[in-house]
Design a protein around this ligand. Structure first.
Ligand SMILES: [Mn+2]
Length: 349
């Protein structure tokens, strides 16, 4: 596949013939989603697996990091394999919900896989179009929403395990249909998945209404050091604090989601002390923004990615140094958002 093809918003579904024929003609398919997998990563990976099985394929579904136990209710969860079970012998790789190739982590091995056609299916506005076929729909609230339209185009009914897997990603990426990208089309998609057997109550109970006690202890540790200035609220989480609370590396229980609900906060951030792939000190940054503010540009400029209301990145350096530097960027993003809102109000009179 010499020419890269990018399928975007309005051109769908006219250009989908190449995508569909590529999927239909492949025999040995590797599906992969992103490191630190969330509900949309796992839901789109498993949903794609079920769609491909419906057309007679037997794909390998792989993730670098083992999916959380809170997703064990999703049909096909036990079929997900790790790096060790990934070979070089595929004729197609399908990458789901990942905005850049590094997000596939150790599953994508350039030496083994670079010659294999790569299909990218993603809804992140920051997607770098790193596949041979790139289908990127920033207008969709989840990659799982895109897979409903893919199933339609392939005449695969969105029922049973497909419905449950796809509804999981739609519910988790919209935080239970509450994010600003929850359009009427998202609700129509959800209704179709529920009609097809998706169990909304089960998904909400297992994924959203669920906080490990260790997370509550961690919040207790860190929240007395929370800082709030000029519409930006942030907190740092050290490895020592995580250890004392008994919380795994990188886990913060979605604290940035909680912080952005603070009255007067337009942008929130958590800074999680960690080590990068080379073993150097690094900080995992997670950003959230209220409607009208954009944290995806900040994350992308720092080597990460995401959406205007939710984005993140990992940067080498110390917790103190990185948080200071990034908070300055967030204040700038907040200033730009405020200016744009003022301009919009003026133009409306
Ligand atoms: Mn997603």
């Amino acid at each position: 596949m010499a020419l890269a093809t990018t399928i975007m918003g309005d051109t769908w579904p006219q250009l989908d013939a190449l995508l569909i024929s590529t999927l239909r003609n492949a025999e040995r398919i590797l599906c992969v989603s992103h490191v630190a997998p969330d509900g949309d990563a796992i839901g789109s990976l498993l949903g794609m697996g079920w769609i491909l099985r419906a057309i007679g394929k037997n794909p390998t579904l792989a993730l670098q990091d083992a999916p959380g136990e809170e997703f064990s209710f999703v049909p096909g969860y036990a079929d997900i394999v790790g790096e060790a079970q990934v070979t070089a012998g595929y004729d197609l790789i399908v990458c789901l919900d990942a905005s850049s190739p590094d997000r596939m982590g150790s599953i994508y091995r350039t030496a083994d896989h670079v010659a294999i056609p790569l299909v990218v299916i993603d809804h992140h506005v920051t997607n770098t179009r790193f596949g041979h076929i790139n289908w990127v729909e920033p207008g969709c609230a989840a990659t799982c929403q895109m897979l409903i339209y893919l199933a339609d185009a392939m005449q695969v009914p969105v029922t049973g395990p497909i419905a449950q897997a796809l509804l999981t990603g739609l519910v988790t990426d919209t935080l239970g249909f509450r994010t600003s990208n929850t359009t009427a089309r998202v609700m129509q998609a959800a209704m179709r998945l529920m009609d097809g057997g998706g169990n909304l109550v089960q998904i909400v109970d297992w994924t959203l209404r669920r906080t490990p006690f260790s997370i509550i202890k961690l919040w207790g540790e860190v929240l007395n050091q929370v800082q709030f200035k000029d519409g930006v609220i942030w907190v740092t989480i050290s490895r020592a604090q995580r250890e004392s609370a008994g919380v795994d590396d990188k886990e913060s229980g979605g604290l940035a989601n909680q912080l952005v609900t603070v009255v007067g906060a337009d942008i929130s951030a958590t800074f999680n002390e960690t080590v990068d792939t080379q073993g150097r000190a690094a900080v995992e940054c997670s950003f959230r923004a209220k409607e009208g503010f954009d944290v995806s540009k900040v994350a992308f400029a720092l080597g990460g990615g995401g959406h205007p209301p939710a984005a993140g990145c990992t940067i080498a350096g110390s917790l103190d140094e990185i948080s200071k530097r990034v908070v300055a960027e967030l204040h700038e993003a907040r200033r730009i958002g405020t200016l744009m809102q003022t301009a919009e109000q003026k133009s409306r009179g």
